[in-house]
Design a protein around this ligand. Structure first.
Ligand SMILES: Cc1cc2nc3c(=O)[nH]c(=O)nc-3n(C[C@H](O)[C@H](O)[C@H](O)COP(=O)(O)O)c2cc1C
Length: 331
């Protein structure tokens, strides 16, 4: 039996990838992922904003007089360079330490950041790049198309600068998700659906806004699963699932929907054990044995909308028919 997978042109021993997070923010963490059997890892994102913030903090601490702009510029540039170099070192050391593919992740705020950082990350030896992009579409004056164009332009800009495989990790907040996904799929090698961004909650006793639970629960996996099932076979790049995949069953569901790779994160935090990847892989293998599948390709996409005997299942959004059919309406 083989779990071998080809994701964005990269050969993976299996489709389970440890997603970008603190788990993959150090060489030690990355080595642990590889030892646990992960097919690949996505390194913790490099955030351009963070680099700027660090450089500003250094400037503040330096007490350089504001009337000395060259000195301030030089120090800021030096600090930025140093912060960026730390990320490049992480990529280089990770590449030396493990033999599984190392996918770098980057989130920039400026056009120059996207092009310069991605080019230099590729030069540091990353096997592929995952662009972690999210613009909260909250500007009431801005047309949906303007938001979509932003993603398309960004990906095109990066594509011109790098030749390694390119993945784009996005959220679900698009007015025309299927259409946008198709356009994006012509410019990248994989779409990663869906990032689970930082969430807010409200503390009703303290009457203030607070950070929400950072980790997903397994029920959340049905959201990327549905969209992967709808898009599989219709778009022109690979699909990877992220959010809510907590066990082997979660991985199998995403593969049946049509994902090529499946990313895990919260479950490893919740188990406080990166080694839990091994359990997930064992569960996938057991399931394949029970169902007589020898290779992932034998069942990938089997329940995608295109291949499903009940394609309308993916279009149902109201409870009416289900509840009526089960006789729940009269109860
Ligand atoms: C503590 C933490 C840090 C994360 N950092 C990043 C990051 O740097 N870049 C990124 O693209 N996603 C990041 N994520 C999102 C995860 O990669 C993942 O997409 C998300 O948690 C949903 O998957 P899950 O349900 O398996 O946790 C982070 C998530 C957590 C919980």
């Amino acid at each position: 039996m083989s779990l071998a997978t080809r994701y964005m042109g990269l050969d993976l021993a299996n489709p389970v990838i440890v997603s970008s997070s603190g788990l993959t923010g150090s060489v030690e963490g990355i080595v642990r992922c590889a030892e646990a059997g992960a097919g690949a890892i996505v390194v913790k994102s490099l955030y351009e904003e963070q680099i700027h913030a660090e450089a500003e903090a250094v400037l503040e601490r330096s007490h350089l007089p504001t009337g000395y702009p060259e000195g301030r510029d030089h120090l800021e540039l030096y600090s930025r360079e140093e912060a960026f170099e730390r990320y490049l070192t992480l990529i280089r050391e990770a590449k030396e330490a493990v033999s599984i593919p190392v996918i770098a992740s980057v989130h920039c705020v400026s056009a120059s950041g996207w092009t310069e950082y991605t080019r230099r990350i590729q030069a540091a030896g990353a096997d592929a790049l995952e662009l972690n992009v999210f613009v909260l579409p909250m500007d009431i004056e801005r047309e949906p198309r303007a938001y979509e164009k932003l993603y398309l332009d960004l990906v095109e800009g990066v594509r011109q600068n790098v030749s390694v495989p390119l993945a784009l990790k996005i959220g679900p907040y698009f007015s025309g998700l299927a259409h946008t996904a198709l356009a994006l799929s012509r410019r990248v090698d994989a779409l990663v659906l869906f990032n689970r961004f930082y969430r807010l909650d409200i503390d009703i006793e303290e009457l203030r806004v607070v950070p929400a639970e950072p980790f997903s629960d397994p029920q959340e996996c049905v959201i990327p699963m549905r969209w992967i099932a709808i898009l599989a076979g219709q778009i022109e790049c690979d699909l990877a699932a992220t959010t809510g995949v907590h066990d082997g069953a979660g991985v199998v569901k995403q593969l049946l929907a049509g994902a090529t790779a499946v990313q895990v994160c919260s479950t490893l935090y919740r188990h406080q054990d990166i080694g839990y990847v091994r359990t997930i892989l064992d569960e996938v293998t057991d399931w394949m044995a029970r169902h007589g599948f020898r290779r992932v390709a034998d069942f990938r996409g089997l329940l995608s909308q295109a291949k499903n005997s009940d394609p309308e299942a993916f279009e149902r959004v109201q409870f009416m028919r289900e509840t009526a059919a089960r006789g729940l309406m009269s109860s």
